[in-house]
Each structure stands twice: as C-alpha cells, then as structure tokens.
Design a protein around this ligand. Structure first.
Ligand SMILES: *Cc1c(COP(=O)(O)O)cnc(C)c1O
Length: 388
C-alpha cells in the first residue's frame, strides 16, 4: 500500500540521535533543544521561540500565555484537525466556529468580520459576544495544507477589534508571506507549529511557538516547565510538563537541514496532481492561494461535480489499486465534542469536506509510486468525470 505520508529520515537524524545517547542528554535539557529553538525563531523572523511536545500543546500555551481562558472565546475555522479546537478547550476557553472560504479553504475573513460586527459589542478585553456573554479574545487562522492565508487581512481584523491573532501553522513550517516576510514578522501574536510524524518536518512528535514578543515566549517556557522558579523545587503557578526532549529536537534539527528540498518535493507532488486534475471537468487541484510561499503539506484532488456518493467509491478504488486514501478531516461542527459549540453557518465547509481527497505526498515518494497513484486515480475519473 502506498502510504499517505511517511517521514523522510535519510539525513543526519541517526547521527544526532546517537549524539544524544552517547552524551546521555536524552531529556529536556541539551544542545539540540537550544539549537532547534534558535532555528525555529530564525525561520519565523522572531527573536525567540519555544519548542514543546506537540502542536496541540503549542497552541494551548500560546492561548494561555496570552492570558486567554475561562469565559473567553477564540474564533476557529470548522475545517481543521480537531486539535485546533481542543487546544482552546484545554486553555478553558470556548470556540466560536467559522466557515471557510471556497477559494482557499481557510477561515473566511470577510464573514468573520461581519459576524463580529453583528454579534458582539466592544469590551475592555476584546469583544463581548452578546448571546453567550463570553468575550471574544482571539482569532485562530489555520494554514490548512500549509497554505498561506491573507495575513494582512487577519492582522487588520485583530487591530480593528483588539483581538489577538494566533496562527495554527501546524503544517506550515518553512512557508512565508508575500515579499518573503517570515510568518512571525507579519504582525500576528503567535505562530504555532507541529512536528508530528506526518508533518513536512517531524520530530516524531513535537511542536513550537514563535512570537514577536519575547515576553510571551518566556511565559510559555514557564508554563511548559512546571512553573518552576529558581533552581530548587519552587513553583509559582499550576503549570504543565510540555517540554520537548533533546531526542526530539535532534531529529527536528536534522530535518530542518533539508527543509528546502522537502518543500520543493511537496511543490512537485502538488504540481503533478494539479496536472492530473486539469484533465477532468469535475476535478480541481487543492487551492494555491497567492499570499506567499505555500507549504503544500498535503495535496491531491478536489471533486467539484454534483454527485455526493463518490467519496467511498474513490476510496475503495484507490485501496484496491494499492493506494492509501482516507476521508479528509471531518469538520469540527460535525464532531461530537463540538456539535453544541457556537457556530456560524457552515455552508462551504459542509459542502466541500467530503470532496477533498488527499493523495500520497511523502517528500521521498518515488516516481514509480507517483505514476501508480496518478494512473489509478485517472482510471477512476475516466469512468466518473468528463475529460476536458
Ligand atoms: C497536526 C495538526 C495539529 C496538531 O498537532 P499535534 O502535533 O498532532 O498535536 C493542529 N492543527 C493542525 C491544522 C494540524 O494539522
């Protein structure tokens, strides 16, 4: 079975891991942690960054570090991995779910603004959501597939309503805004990454926060390391044990050495699937928004025709051809923990999520496997869609 995405570990990963073993620095203290944090900050255009044990904890501590919690709301798009919303709940705040734009599959900033105007009033800490009595404090754009959203529009929205902008860049390492501006230098409050096993850059598991304000990074470091003060067992808050280990950072650092080639591979895979989609009337490539350098973490095809029974048929066809094809993320407003969450109309999200088909996209996928995937997909769409 050709897998959806597997880690590419053919660089210096094993050498760096062996260093950890030899030096016995396998835990949360070590040079790889320090170096990895520096690299993440440099990549993000910020003076500092903090690495953590997952993308979920990175998002959670960015929210908590900005003073957001009980009684607060964070606006989140419904079309995302469930961790985006879970991180808000972990910080004891609640989500306000927003639809995405059909053009780029990311939070619809125009409708977000309209909803804020229609449903909230000014409040000293942000915007009072009249119906719930909760205070909207932040907006969390999600860089779906590693795509770059219109950062200027989100930053302007944050300024207009005094809201923090926390970016879920879980799958977007290495991307930049237009004019080559690094994500952390765009005016947003925090950029959060994941280094889970299927991401473009992996540590096995891990995450990071980069922020323009070094005080926020210090706060997150404090929150992530049991709130310890000084060298002894003194702690000044109830905090967490969310740190990354030197072992994880060793892998991450080796991965980052090949970031450019990883991104080039992702772009080439994306282009191949886009060429295939272009042959059919009912298929489109995944969006390629023009706001900067996109990451193309996942790519594949998007069915734009009328039939609503094709997802399981396409999955079964591809599985039979030896290609792993799974349903895409079920949106948050349809998930049991979030069915009752505050939500705007979800027309676009509800319509598109079953039509999104991520295809295998490991950075080290071979031409033979790519040919197999494309041939299998074409065989299906030749029967189901009209050729252009
Ligand atoms: C992967 C991912 C996360 C969560 O990261 P973990 O490291 O798995 O906790 C959050 N949001 C999005 C959009 C993701 O793709």
């Amino acid at each position: 079975m050709i897998p959806l995405a597997t880690p590419n570990l053919n660089g210096r990963e094993s050498e760096y891991l062996q260093d950890c073993i030899t030096s016995t620095f396998v835990s949360t203290v070590g040079q790889f942690v320090v170096d990895f944090e520096t690299r993440i900050a440099n990549l993000s255009g910020t003076s500092s960054a903090v690495v953590l044990c997952s993308g979920t904890t990175a998002l959670h501590l960015a929210i908590e570090g900005l003073g957001i919690g009980e009684g607060d709301l964070v606006m989140v798009p419904s079309l995302t991995f469930i961790a985006t919303a879970n991180s808000v709940k972990h910080a004891r705040a609640d989500v306000w779910l927003m639809d995405v734009s059909v053009d780029d599959w990311m939070m619809d900033v125009v409708r977000a603004r309209a909803a804020i105007i229609a449903k909230t009033d000014p409040h000293p800490k942000g915007r009072l959501h009249r119906a719930s009595g909760k205070v909207l404090r932040a907006i969390m754009p999600v860089m779906i597939m590693g795509s770059v959203p219109d950062f200027d529009a989100f930053v302007a929205l944050g300024k207009e309503f005094d809201l923090r902008i926390i970016v879920d860049a879980a799958a977007a390492i290495g991307t930049t805004r237009k004019d080559n501006v690094a994500l952390g230098a765009t005016g947003v409050d925090a950029v959060c990454y994941s280094f889970n096993g299927n991401k473009t850059v992996t540590c096995g598991g891990g995450g990071a926060v980069a922020a323009a304000d070094p005080a926020l990074i210090d706060t997150i470091k404090h929150l992530s390391s049991t709130g310890r003060v000084g060298a002894n067992y003194d702690h000044d808050i109830v905090a967490y044990n969310y740190r990354m280990t030197n072992l994880q950072a060793a892998v991450g650092l080796a991965q980052l050495e090949r970031l450019d080639s990883f991104l080039d591979s992702k772009q080439a895979i994306r282009d191949r699937y886009a060429d295939m989609a272009a042959e059919f009337a009912d298929l489109a490539p995944f969006p390629e928004p023009q706001h900067g350098r996109n990451g193309h973490w996942f790519s594949g095809v998007w069915y734009t025709g009328d039939r609503d029974d094709l997802d399981s048929a396409f999955q079964a066809h591809m599985k039979a051809a030896g290609v792993d094809l799974r349903p895409f993320w079920k949106p948050l407003h349809l998930q049991k923990p979030y069915i009752e969450a505050l939500a705007e109309s979800m027309q676009v999200t509800t319509d598109i999520w079953r039509r999104i088909f991520p295809l295998p996209c490991s950075t080290h996928i071979g031409q033979d496997d790519l040919n197999t995937v494309v041939a299998a997909a074409k065989a299906f769409w030749n029967k189901t869609s009209e050729r252009k």
